[in-house]
Write a protein that binds this ligand. Structure first.
Ligand code: CP
Length: 300
C-alpha cells in the first residue's frame, strides 16, 4: 500500500514544514522541480465542481512531466452503479496516483485502500488538506512566525476549519475558532490536534477572537451540497462576518485569507476582501506550488 495524503494528520511536523519549504523554493525557482512525474498518469476525479483544485492539479501534473486525466463522476461507470472498490482496483492497473474531490471522506479511504496507489484529498466533507497546506505556505511567505494568533471566523465544523486546526499544530501557531455553538469542530479532530501538540480555542465572540490576530481567515458559509441548510447557516453565521470592525481589532500587520470562492458581503465584506491586508490571490496561486510539493513527495 502506497502512502496517501487524506489529512494533514498523516504528515509529521517535519514533513509538513518540508513540504512548505519545498513549495516556496519551487515557486521562486520553477526549474528546480524537474520532471518527477515523467511517464506517470494521475487521475483527477471530481464528484463536485472546482476552479482552483482543477486548475492547480492539472497544471501541476503537466508541469512536473506527468499526464493528468480529469474525470467527473458522470464520465465513469460509477454514475451507473459500479462500486468504488472495483473502480479503484481498475484504476491501479492504469494509473500511478489519484486526486479525488469527493462528497464523502469514506470514498477517498476506499479509493486508497482498494487501489493501493497514492490518493490525494482534493476536498472531502471532513478535510481539505491541500488548501490548508497552501494557506500555511502563505503564512510562511508573509513571515508569520510560530506562536502567532490565527483566527478562523465561520463554520467551525467545516472541512476547512478541521484542516486549519490540524495545520496549526504542525505550524506551531495558536488557532482560535470563532463559530456558533451549533457548528463546533468535530471532537475527533480536536483530539488529533491535541495529540499533535496543537493549541486550539473555540469562542462564540468573533470580536474578542480577532483582537491582536496575526491572521484572519474565513470561508464560504454554505458549502457545496448544503444548499438546503442555506437559510439556517446564514442566520447562525451572520455575527461572524469578516468585516472592517473585526479587521480593526487585529494587528496592523494582519493577513486576511479566504480559500475562495467568496460570497462578498456575506462571509467577508468587499472592503476587507480588497484591503491591502488580503493575500487571497497569492493564497490561490500557492495551491499550484503546494500541490507540486505533495505530488513530488508521494510520487517521485
Ligand atoms: N478553494 C478551493 O478548493 O477552490 P475550488 O473549489 O475552486 O477548487
Amino acid at each position: 500500500m502506497s502512502r496517501s495524503f487524506l489529512s494533514l494528520s498523516s504528515l509529521t511536523r517535519e514533513e509538513f514544514n518540508a513540504l512548505i519549504d519545498r513549495a516556496i523554493a519551487g515557486k521562486k525557482n520553477p526549474s528546480a522541480w524537474g520532471r518527477p512525474l515523467e511517464g506517470k498518469s494521475i487521475a483527477l476525479f471530481f464528484e463536485k465542481p472546482s476552479t482552483r483544485t482543477r486548475l492547480s492539479f492539472e497544471v501541476a501534473v503537466y508541469q512536473l512531466g506527468g499526464q493528468p486525466l480529469v474525470l467527473t463522476g458522470q464520465d465513469l461507470q460509477i454514475s451507473r452503479g459500479e462500486d468504488i472498490a472495483d473502480t479503484a482496483r481498475v484504476m491501479r492497473r492504469y494509473l500511478h496516483g489519484i486526486m479525488g474531490r469527493v462528497r464523502s471522506h469514506e470514498t477517498l479511504e476506499a479509493l486508497a485502500s482498494y487501489s493501493g496507489i497514492p490518493v490525494i484529498n482534493g476536498l472531502s466533507d471532513k478535510f481539505h488538506p491541500c488548501q490548508a497546506l497552501a494557506d500555511y505556505m502563505t503564512l510562511r511567505e508573509n513571515s508569520v512566525p510560530a506562536g502567532s494568533r490565527f483566527v478562523f471566523c465561520g463554520d467551525g465544523s467545516s472541512n476547512m476549519a478541521h484542516s486549519l486546526i490540524l495545520g496549526s499544530a504542525h505550524y506551531g501557531c495558536e488557532i482560535v475558532i470563532a463559530t456558533p455553538a451549533e457548528l463546533l469542530p468535530a471532537a475527533d479532530v480536536l483530539t488529533i490536534a491535541a495529540r499533535l501538540g496543537g493549541k486550539v480555542s473555540i469562542t462564540q465572540d468573533a470580536k474578542a477572537a480577532a483582537k491582536d490576530a496575526d491572521v484572519l481567515y474565513t470561508d464560504v458559509w454554505v458549502s457545496m451540497g448544503e444548499e438546503a441548510q442555506a437559510y439556517e447557516k446564514k442566520k447562525l453565521l451572520a455575527p461572524y462576518q469578516l468585516n472592517e470592525s473585526l479587521l480593526a481589532q487585529a494587528k496592523k500587520s494582519v493577513i486576511v485569507l479566504h480559500c475562495l470562492p467568496a460570497h462578498k458581503d456575506e462571509e467577508i465584506t468587499e472592503s476587507v476582501f480588497e484591503s491591502p491586508n488580503a493575500k487571497i490571490f497569492d493564497q490561490a496561486e500557492n495551491r499550484l506550488h503546494a500541490q507540486k510539493a505533495v505530488l513530488e513527495f508521494l510520487l517521485k
